[in-house]
Design a protein around this ligand. Structure first.
Ligand code: NAP
Length: 284
């Protein structure tokens, strides 16, 4: 399906980025995986990705039959992104598909929020993704067309208790995606979003996230991680029509590969969700 086409996946060190990189390799793409592979924000309270994580994605991509190039880059830095894409072009001869997926998530009520928590999420999730698009789009134009897929969230489709910075960043990405679809269609470039629900990755498997789920249900977390994890899982099972607590990264990846495909040539300016049915709780 990919027939040697070149995809750049950001946030490729683990989670949704890794699962998608592997799915792209299986579909016959050559894969460049970009990631900061280090602490992106001191305001996060979950474990950062490492260079070993990025290398492991490379191993899995190659095992799936794909060619692999790793690039370490902070997507807040436009000059560094330009250099990273130049390396991809040098290695693979061009870029056909961009999956702009990297992001972070932190929680705090507005009344207690630090400048750092707000700015890091907006700077990485919204501005960083826009940086990637602004660097990549001219390369796709040069190529005569292409695909851009960005990762938003259900939390970019509704308000989020104690998650205003994240919600604003992911809602902003929908505006970016739709505007880019309007501007780039004439060059044969489609632009869409994937909407992951609660996915089983490092970004979600920690006490702060469990506490947020429990508080959203009107209860208070205990602070005991294992107990709060069980309570959050039960709440998710009850909330999601498909009855799972977490959705797997591998459940999101096929949407990304479809949106990158030739078959999706008339799909642009919209979003595709894998949420275990939670999408039924948003308006459209
Ligand atoms: P993840 O496992 O933490 O993967 C995200 C990757 O992006 C990490 O390797 C991370 O590195 C990297 N990254 C962070 N800041 C970066 C930067 N400035 N430049 C380059 N790379 C950077 O999380 P995930 O769950 O797979 O999330 C992937 C995307 O899906 C994110 O945009 C997230 O917001 C979105 N999403 C996730 C869920 C979910 O439930 N998991 C739901 C909806 C949407 P560090 O670890 O060092 O930060």
């Amino acid at each position: 399906m990919g027939e040697g086409r070149v995809v750049v996946v950001t946030g490729a060190a683990r989670g949704i980025g890794r699962a998608s990189a592997v799915a792209f390799a299986r579909a016959g793409y050559r894969v460049a995986g970009a990631d900061i592979a280090a602490l992106a924000s001191a305001a996060m309270d979950y474990e950062p990705a490492t260079p070993e994580d990025l290398a492991e994605t490379g191993r899995l991509v190659e095992e799936a039959g794909g060619e692999w190039l790793a690039v370490v880059v902070d997507q807040r830095d436009t000059a560094a992104i330009r250099e990273a894409f130049a390396r991809v072009v040098e290695r693979f001869g061009g870029v056909d598909v961009v999956f702009a997926n990297a992001g972070i998530q932190g929680f705090a009520p507005l009344l207690e929020m630090t400048d750092e928590l707000w700015h890091d999420q907006i700077d990485i999730n919204l501005t960083g993704t826009a940086n990637v698009l602004r660097v990549a789009a001219p390369l796709l134009v040069e190529r005569g067309g292409g695909r851009i897929i960005i990762t938003s969230s259900t939390q970019g489709q509704h308000g989020t208790l104690d998650g205003s910075g994240y919600s604003a960043s992911k809602w902003g990405l929908i505006g970016l995606m739709k505007s880019a679809a309007l501007e780039l269609g004439r060059y044969g470039i489609t632009v869409n979003a994937v909407i992951p629900g609660l996915i089983d990755t490092k970004l979600t498997r920690h006490e702060d996230r469990y506490a947020q789920i429990i508080r959203s249900g009107g209860n208070e977390p205990t602070g005991d991680v294992e107990r709060d994890e069980r309570t959050a899982a039960d709440a998710q099972r009850r909330k999601l029509p498909l009855g799972v607590p977490w959705v797997e990264p591998e459940d999101v990846a096929p949407l990304v590969v479809f949106l990158a495909s030739e078959e999706a040539r008339m799909v642009s300016g919209t979003s595709f969700a894998a949420t275990g049915g939670d999408s039924a709780n948003v308006t459209a």
